[in-house]
Every structure is written in C-alpha cells, then in structure tokens.
Design a protein around this ligand. Structure first.
Ligand SMILES: C[S@@+](CC[C@H](N)C(=O)[O-])C[C@H]1O[C@@H](n2cnc3c(N)ncnc32)[C@H](O)[C@@H]1O
Length: 348
C-alpha cells in the first residue's frame, strides 16, 4: 500500500494534491487495453511512492504487454525528485524498478522531463488542474497519445475546444456523471464539502465534474445517441421545446436527452452532450461563447439587452457579449448557458 503517513507529511502544504483511486484507473484503461501492447507509458505527475497510476501499470505490466513504464514527479524547493523506470520482471512489487535522481525539479515542462515525453508513446496521469491548459498543449505539441483526468469545464477552454471541434481530443470512456473520490494528504481540512475517511483511515474528497480526456479511440464512443424525441412531433407534443435562436440559425435544446432524432439543421445543446458524442453521428459546429470557433461571432445585440431589461432581467449582459438567445413560449428573452452547436452528419 502507499505510504500513507509520508503522503500526509511531505505533501501537506501543496494544492493540487488529489490522488486518483486504483479502481477509477482500472475502469478507464480497460477500454483501451489492446492499444497498450509494446508501448512505453509515461506518468509525469506521479511520485511512484504513492501514485496509483504507477502501481496500476506496474501490476498490469505483463498482462498489457507493455514495453516500459516511467514515472516522474515534481517538487518545488529543495526536495530531490527522481524518475522510476520499469521494463518488467517483478510485477508483484511495485517498488521494483530503476530509480534515478532528476537534475531538475520534475516539472513536466523541464527539458529532462520533455526528453522522457519524447521517449513515451502514451501519457496517463491526473495532472495538476491549475496547469491543465499547458499540460494539454505540451501533449499536442509532442504528438502523444494520452489518457488524463481533468474537469468537465476544461472542454470549453479556448485552448481546448478547438481540439474538440477538430476531433483531436474527446472524453474518455468511464466517467460521465456524478463525482469521484480522490485521496488527499492527511492534513487536508476535513471540513471541506464531500470529505471523508475510508475504512483504512485515508482521507478522501469527492470531486464533481471529473472527466477523462483522451485522444485514443474506444468502442463505446461510436455508439449512437438515441432519444425518444422528434422534431416532427414538436407542435403536437411539446410546443414549448426547440425555440429558434433570435441571433443564429439553430434551435435550442435544453437537455441532451431531448435532442430530436430527426432534425437536420444546427442545434444548440448543453455541454453534457459531449458525454454522448459520437463523431460518426454528429458534427461539432462551434461553441457559442467562443467567437473563434464560430463561422462568425454571435453577439447578444441591442434587441436582447432591451427586451431582457424590459422584462425585469437582472443578469449582467451587454450587447457585445457572445452567446445565443431566444424568445421562449411565454415571450421571454432567454440566454441559455453556453451551448455547443451540433449538426447530424449521418442523415445527409
Ligand atoms: C491532481 S494531483 C495527481 C497526482 C497523481 N497523478 C495521482 O493521480 O494520484 C497532481 C500532481 O501534479 C503535481 N504537479 C504540480 N505541478 C507540477 C508540474 N509543474 N509538473 C509535474 N507535476 C506537477 C502535484 O504535485 C500533484 O502531485
């Protein structure tokens, strides 16, 4: 087991210290197993002493037919960092491997770590959330395959969404809702919401909105989204749904499970759509809040602001803010939260 006490003492002062559970790693990697054969896997935000990523790939080394695993970790200050490399032989003991001190501090951006990145085929880890943008950019720059943990909202970052649109990155297979448990250092304040202690005395926190981000394909990603809704039945069954936007030629859909199966034009859908996104079924047109991803930026305009204010709206909207809006069945001006614009591509 990980050295629980060390974990608390050495890492206590740091932010970003959330340790992924073995079962969550296992539940994701199972979807890509055959793609790991003969591959070198790098975990570059992982102290092998307590990383479950290290433990998982060490334990599964033979079964997955791996070539090599490498873990490096970051320490600010004077603490010596090291890399651990393992090429098989003794799966039972996850401390088995070649340990070499690093000369730099283990930052994933340091030249030493970049050399290891070049050597790797696949990167798997839970990187520091505060550096997610840079982390992804580096993986793309070095053209690596990856399976990493992030927050659902990272999808809408201006550095990330263009990659989503170009089908260069997508959500992984196993997490699409709810929260996940992450171990935290012993001195983590237990008052924080969602905190607890497991039967082994390890502190954890439950984190919402966690997703795997990957550029490796898996089977379920090609399953079609199916709902019970039809645009042809709108007038008869649900006239209040699918308002047309006032400032963009598309219909509004408030829930992913209300996406009509027979609409061939553009639809504005919530971000949660992405948990069901099959690139063979839908094309991504843009994200309304990001002008650069749209054919032309969509701004709210004077009409919206006037109507919204005259109806007593209190949100802070201005005419040049990006976004779509519509007039609902009761005549109210509504600006939905960020919408992904999508279009069927299998019906043309
Ligand atoms: C969310 S934690 C996850 C730890 C581990 N990968 C896991 O899942 O159990 C992120 C880790 O990244 C480390 N980290 C922070 N800044 C880093 C950097 N610049 N380079 C590499 N690792 C860094 C933190 O010390 C922390 O342990």
């Amino acid at each position: 087991m990980a050295k629980n006490k060390d974990l608390g003492n050495a890492k206590v002062a740091k932010k970003d210290e959330f340790y992924t559970q073995l079962e969550d790693i296992n539940a994701e990697i199972v979807h890509y197993e055959e793609q790991f054969r003969d591959k070198t896997v790098l975990m570059n935000c992982d102290d092998p002493t307590w990383s479950n990523f290290w433990r998982f790939f060490h334990m599964e080394f033979e079964r997955l037919g791996l070539k090599k695993i490498i873990a490096t970790h970051y320490e600010d200050g004077e603490v010596q960092t090291y890399k651990m490399e393992y090429c098989g032989g003794n799966d039972e003991n996850f401390e088995d491997g070649i340990r070499t001190d690093l000369t730099q501090n283990g930052d994933f951006r340091s030249p030493e770590c970049i050399e290891l990145l070049k050597e790797a085929d696949i990167v798997v880890t839970n990187p520091p959330f505060s550096l997610f943008r840079e982390y992804i950019a580096q993986l793309m720059e070095y053209n690596k395959q990856f399976i990493i943990i992030g927050n659902v909202n990272a999808l809408t970052y201006k550095e990330v969404f263009p990659l989503v649109k170009e089908n260069k990155i997508w959500f992984g297979a196993s997490i699409h809702s709810g929260d996940r448990k992450f171990y935290v250092p012993d001195n983590y304040p237990l008052k924080a919401a969602g905190c607890g202690v497991d039967p082994n005395g390890r502190k954890f926190v439950r984190v919402k909105g966690v997703r795997w981000f990957t550029n490796m394909d898996y089977k379920a990603r090609h399953n079609n989204l199916e709902t019970a809704y039809s645009y042809a039945k709108k007038e008869q069954l649900y006239p209040e749904l699918y308002s047309k936007y006032y400032n963009y030629d598309a219909i509004n859909v408030n829930r992913t499970n209300e996406i009509p199966m027979d609409y061939d034009g553009i639809m504005g859908v919530p971000i949660t759509f992405f948990d069901f996104y099959n690139p063979d079924q839908f094309e991504i047109i843009g994200l309304t809040s990001l002008a650069d991803t749209m054919d032309k930026p969509v701004m709210l305009g004077q009409d919206f602001v006037d109507m919204y204010k005259s109806q007593g709206g209190t949100g802070h909207f201005s005419t040049n803010m990006y976004g779509v809006w519509y007039i609902d069945s009761e005549g109210k001006a509504v600006k939905p939260y960020g919408r992904i614009l999508i279009k069927r591509k299998d019906r043309q």
